[in-house]
Design a protein around this ligand. Structure first.
Ligand SMILES: CC(C)(COP(=O)(O)OP(=O)(O)OC[C@H]1O[C@@H](n2cnc3c(N)ncnc32)[C@H](O)[C@@H]1OP(=O)(O)O)[C@@H](O)C(=O)NCCC(=O)NCCS
Length: 141
C-alpha cells in the first residue's frame, strides 16, 4: 500500500516521503498500547489508522492511499478510531499534523465534535479532538 502512495501523502503522514517501512509495520500492528485499523477494499488495504494510547490520551494517525482519497474512506476510518477510543473510556484524542496539511485539518473538522489546533511550531501543529459519539451524538458537556 505504501508503494501506491505519492510523496506528498507519505510526507503528510510520516513527516518524510521515505518512511522506514519496518517502523511503520510495527506501528499499525495491534499490540500493547497501540490499535491498528485497516480500510479494506475487498482484499486490498487502501487505508490505515493507528491509535497510540498515551498517558494524556489516544494519539491518532491516519493514511489513505492517493487513489482512494476524497471518497469518504478517511471519514469512516476516523469514525471507527473514535468508536475504539470511546470504547476504552476516552472522549478526546490528540493528533500532530504538518501545518500545511489542509486535507487532514478539513477531515478532522468534519469528523470530530470539536477541534482545537495549536499555533505552528517548526511547521507542526498539535490538535486536540473532542470525539464524536457513536450514533452521531456529540458529547460537548
Ligand atoms: C487526510 C486524509 C487522511 C483524508 O482522507 P480522505 O479519505 O481523503 O478523507 P475523506 O474523503 O473522508 O474527506 C472528508 C473531508 O475532508 C476534507 N478533505 C479531504 N481531502 C481534502 C483535500 N485534499 N483538500 C481539502 N479538503 C479535503 C473534505 O472536507 C472532505 O469532505 P468532502 O470530500 O465531502 O468535501 C488523506 O488525504 C491522507 O491520507 N493524507 C496523507 C496522510 C495524512 O495527511 N495524514 C494525516 C496526518 S497523520
Amino acid at each position: 500500500m505504501l508503494g501506491r502512495c505519492s510523496a506528498i501523502t507519505l510526507l503528510h503522514r510520516f513527516g518524510t516521503a521515505v518512511p522506514a517501512l519496518h517502523q511503520f509495520a510495527g506501528s499499525v500492528v495491534t499490540r500493547d498500547g497501540v490499535i491498528g485499523l485497516g480500510a479494506w477494499l475487498g482484499a486490498e488495504l487502501v487505508g490505515v489508522g493507528s491509535i497510540h494510547f498515551r498517558e494524556d490520551g489516544p494519539e491518532f494517525a491516519i493514511l489513505i492511499e492517493d487513489a482512494w482519497q476524497r471518497r469518504g474512506v478517511g471519514t469512516r476510518l476516523i469514525g471507527a478510531m473514535s468508536d475504539q477510543a470511546i470504547a476504552t473510556g476516552w472522549h478526546h484524542a490528540v493528533v500532530e499534523l504538518l501545518d500545511a496539511n489542509a486535507a487532514a485539518r478539513a477531515l478532522l473538522l468534519s469528523s470530530c465534535a470539536y477541534v482545537w489546533l495549536s499555533l505552528p511550531d517548526a511547521g507542526l501543529v498539535s490538535g486536540l479532538l473532542l470525539l464524536r459519539q457513536p450514533g452521531g451524538q456529540d458529547d460537548d458537556s
